[in-house]
Write a protein that binds this ligand. Structure first.
Ligand code: PLP
Length: 456
């Protein structure tokens, strides 16, 4: 017999995610702030998980969603086309490289990267290149948590338990030049890391290689890693040399956060397939997208169609939210603001290095920024893994009303980096508030490090 349940906040939670850790109940959110049910205010210094790019409760987006709710909230894609999905697809295509005119909607980042891999394979299949199936990736990297996306992810705590169940794809090192103790120039390092792709392709046999997938500006696994400028065109060149598809995972870097709609624009790169999610509907609805070169789509569609899809694809409510978010970004020129405020925040984070010797690196582009803690700046040796600095600093900041986002830098095993990525509407005053609270939190962490007997 079914039983109606009443619920109150003191009840034990029936939800579970990754751990037993509980968080306060969210009450409301507006702009760059969120409030819990006790009235405590938090500055959203990581836009959630680099999602809430235009801040919370934007009136224009809420109004667009309200209007759409009154018309329809679901129309299955095989039964109806819908105006928000068509309009948003046209808008995304206009913001993507020339010749990328069609968009495949999904509901999130893992679905987007998974779709990219499957489209690449179907393209090979449809164009007489059936021998191509290996997708080379970088290590560390994060491309999502479903098994296909995980197969191209390099982050051991997430991948190791599932190794027997999937075919993990080959990888090359991510270009973490800041760890290299060599005498190469930046340009030379970029070429050196890119040429590792060439070597790997030759090792595997070019006829078996389907694609190379990369985050143009790193996300959670590397902490906003940016390669030297020489890396990007060299990778494109190598892919072209061997007829390999270049997939840009712009799930985190896309939709304006780095100061351009796609991070690819910083280096004028035309990827063959692009994954978008997070900032696309900026937390107002679950939405992601795959955009690809027309030749790929046409080949697959002409050969009988793309054998892939999700029930919620092109959901009218999610697309109405995505469209309003994109219009807000364009009309308020928020990408320029991401550049200006990103430069300011990066300068302020770098200034912290003068007072906190255990900050080993500050990196990123626009408002996709991170800093990394180390035990020794000269050797870049990480803090002892058992100290768990990545979670301690997040907690110390959280207690003080600042949300930042952390992961382990060295393939998930050790190393501590923190993404500081406020919404693109953040002002100089918000940035100053972030830095003040961060200082306070770093002071507290320094005391804990001393108590633990860790020399820094
Ligand atoms: C670069 C990148 N790709 C894919 C994903 C997976 O996205 P989702 O969590 O929406 O499935 C993420 C999420 O953090 C990401 O940062």
């Amino acid at each position: 017999m079914t039983k109606a349940v009443t619920w109150n906040p003191e009840d034990p939670s029936r939800l579970f995610y990754q751990t037993r850790q509980r968080r306060p109940l969210l009450d409301r959110a507006e702009g760059v702030y969120l409030w819990d049910r006790s009235g405590k205010r938090y500055l959203d210094g990581s836009s959630g998980a680099m999602v809430s790019n235009i801040g919370h409760s934007n009136p224009r987006v809420l109004e667009a969603m309200r209007r759409q709710i009154e018309r329809s909230t679901f129309g299955y894609r095989l039964h109806f086309e819908n105006e928000p999905a068509e309009h948003l697809a046209a808008q995304i295509a206009a913001l993507c490289p020339e010749g990328h005119d069609r968009v495949f909607f999904v509901s999130g980042g893992s679905e987007a990267t998974e779709s990219c891999i499957k489209l690449a394979r179907q393209y090979a299949f449809s164009s007489g290149q059936q021998s191509r199936w290996q997708v080379i990736t970088r290590n560390p990297s994060y491309h999502g948590s479903t098994l296909g996306a995980l197969a191209v992810t390099g982050y051991r705590p997430l991948t190791d338990p599932f190794l027997p169940m999937m075919r993990q794809m080959p990888s090359i090192p991510a270009p973490r030049c800041y760890l290299d103790q060599d005498s190469l120039t930046d340009h030379e390092r970029g070429i050196r890391y890119a040429d590792m792709l060439r070597d790997k392709i030759i090792e595997l046999g070019p006829e078996s290689v389907l694609a190379f997938i990369m985050e143009p500006v790193g996300g959670a696994s590397t902490g906003a890693l940016v390669a030297p400028d020489s890396y990007y065109p060299r990778i494109r060149e190598i892919c072209d040399e061997f007829g390999i598809l270049l997939i840009y995972d712009e799930v985190m870097s896309g939709a304006g956060r780095t100061g351009c709609y796609l991070a690819a624009e910083h280096w004028q790169i035309k990827p063959d397939i692009i994954a978008l999610a997070k900032g696309l509907a900026a937390g107002y609805a679950p939405l992601g997208a795959m955009v690809a070169d027309n030749r790929i789509i046409d080949t697959v569609l002409n050969a009988g169609g793309f054998q892939h899809g999700y029930t919620y694809a092109g959901n009218p409510l999610a697309c109405a939210a995505g469209l309003a978010v994109t219009q807000e970004i364009l009309e308020r020129d928020l990408m320029t603001q991401a550049t200006t405020m990103g430069d300011f925040l990066k300068t302020e984070l770098k200034a912290l290095m003068e007072d906190y010797y255990f900050i080993g690196d500050v990196r990123g582009k626009g408002l996709l920024l991170a800093f990394e803690l180390v035990a020794n700046r000269a050797s870049m040796q990480p803090l002892p893994a058992t100290f768990n600095a990545h979670s301690r600093l997040v907690e110390l900041a959280y207690e003080r009303g600042l949300i930042i986002y952390s992961r382990r830098t060295r393939g998930g095993i050790e190393g501590d980096h923190f993404l500081v990525c406020p919404p693109m509407i953040a002002t100089a005053a918000h940035i100053e508030e972030i830095i003040t609270t961060l200082r306070d939190s770093l002071d507290a962490l320094q005391i804990e490090l001393a108590h633990a007997g860790i020399n820094i």
